[in-house]
Ligand binder design. Sequence first.
Ligand code: ZN
Length: 173
Amino acid sequence: MPTVAKMQQTEKLLIRKAQLETFETEILTLEAGEKLDSKSRLFSFSPNLDCDGVLRIHGRTERAANLGSTTKCPALLDPDHKLTILLVDKYHVDAHHQEQEFVLNELRQRYWILRGRQAVRSSWSRFLLCSQHGATPTTNEMASLPECRLRALVYTCRSGFFQANHCHSWTSS
Ligand SMILES: [Zn+2]
């Protein structure tokens, strides 16, 4: 069973690898202590490399004392990289296919995906049910209780044996 520290280390390595595959020029520039080219797609983010060489942006919550360092400085990711796609799909499933905005906010606790909203929207199209139903989660309507169960419920409440009989009334029919 891998430890939390081991998993965090592996995650950093995977992110670093994905970043090298997509932002190599920017990483090499920053490692050389130089400023990013104004034409770079990362220029407006003013990213920095952390002590593990992971490219991070300074979020707007940087001064918040109650937030972890990954939330304050999320790691930059390219939306088209395989790792990003897997991460977005994982957050999508973990969120039980809820709203896209929720998934995006959860992702942004740790990662800053370029064109993030679009990346999350793309995830919806990869899941058959979500693509068919759009972004609107379906909720099941609660059916009314049949009359016989209602009568049993009223009776058991009055007779003072609610707990035992209530359970019985649900399982016996
Ligand atoms: Zn879904």
